[in-house]
Design a protein around this ligand. Structure first.
Ligand code: TRP
Length: 324
């Protein structure tokens, strides 16, 4: 039997090329695993409960992003968390035996409380404290063996393992302990050299046209000491170079030419634009097909149905084990 994977993303806005390596990793995992990919709209509310956002629109948008990069509904269940209510029931049941101290010591808890607190968000809420437990329910309800996530999520997977162990010990052995699959995520800066983030307006969107890519690449910060084209360049301080390292197969050659003052910034940016465009062009094409009327909605409906079947089976076992 194929091993199972679950992963999720919050619907907080359309994706950019900083998210691409994570998605490409998911696409590759589809070959080997039975995959569940959740748009975790309830999680978005744990921090954005005051914001006037349309979770429905944002969820559809992120589903389109996933489909356009090659997540295939024939292979993977793509669904919206809130359409599989069993996640909420399992979260509630888990809350009965999960010590509060387990949640308080999750490192992201205190960090984010402070960080987002400084931005004016009051996260002293029940939901925010409990969201790693909701995440444990997301994972365990599919009996996922592995969870592809970034490094920052490792404590959450560890909590899921502890919750699984505690359940299996208190009641019956229902849950396998999930492993974190830590993807290598190259850290791409935004075009201005800061962290890539939509709120800084320094991203390249997954949907960017050739012209938009060119515009963003021209904004990229280059070596400030390089004034004339034939000055020797310093790729290690150049944002353009960081992108070449990912998008340009012969990055070694241009690095040498840059250092030797033989490859100017204008040509270098033009070359990068072409290489990024080559990656994004097929995604744009696929997106057009998925944008046709009703297609995404159908994928999400069918994805939720498939997810619900698996989730319902687990919940039958859970209810029985707990004496319902
Ligand atoms: N907490 C994750 C994040 O903020 C999102 C998430 C929710 C998730 N449920 C999940 C990730 C289950 C992996 C598996 O990025």
């Amino acid at each position: 039997m194929k091993k199972r994977i679950l992963s999720g993303m919050r619907p907080t806005g359309s994706l950019h090329i900083g998210h691409l390596s994570v998605l490409q990793n998911w696409v590759a995992l589809q070959k080997e695993y039975e995959c569940y990919f959740a748009i975790v709209d309830w999680h978005a509310l744990t921090t954005a409960y005051e914001d006037k956002i349309s979770l429905g629109d944002l969820s559809r948008e992120i589903a389109l992003d996933w489909l356009s990069v090659g997540i295939e509904p024939e292979k993977s269940s793509i669904f919206i968390q809130s359409q599989v209510k069993e996640h909420a029931e399992l979260h509630l049941l888990f809350s009965m035996f999960t010590p509060i101290s387990w949640l308080e010591r999750v490192p992201t808890y205190k960090d984010q409380l402070q960080q987002l607190g400084a931005e004016g968000k009051d996260l002293h809420t029940y939901g925010f404290l409990g969201y790693p437990l909701l995440q444990a329910a997301d994972i365990l309800i599919y009996k996922a063996n592995a969870v592809p996530v970034g490094e920052d999520q490792v404590p959450h997977i560890e909590l899921s393992r502890e919750v699984a162990r505690r359940f299996n010990h208190l009641y019956e052995s229902v849950f396998p302990e999930p492993q974190a699959l830590i993807g290598k995520v190259p850290l791409l800066p935004g075009v201005d050299g800061r962290k890539m983030s939509k709120s800084y307006n320094n991203t390249i969107s997954l949907t960017a046209s050739t012209d938009e890519i060119g515009y963003r690449v021209r904004q990229m910060i280059t070596d400030p000491q390089r004034i004339r084209k034939d000055d020797p360049g310093h790729p290690e301080v150049c944002v353009v170079h960081k992108f070449h390292a990912i998008y340009t197969p012969d990055v070694g050659r241009i690095e040498e030419e840059c250092r030797a003052g033989k490859f100017g910034c204008v040509a270098c940016k033009k070359y990068l634009t072409e290489n990024i465009d080559q990656v994004l062009a097929p995604y744009r094409e696929r997106r057009k097909v998925w944008e046709e009327d009703g297609k995404v909605e159908k994928v999400l409906l069918e994805g939720a149905e498939k997810a619900r079947i698996t989730a319902a089976k687990t919940m039958d076992e859970v209810r029985k084990a707990m004496g319902f």
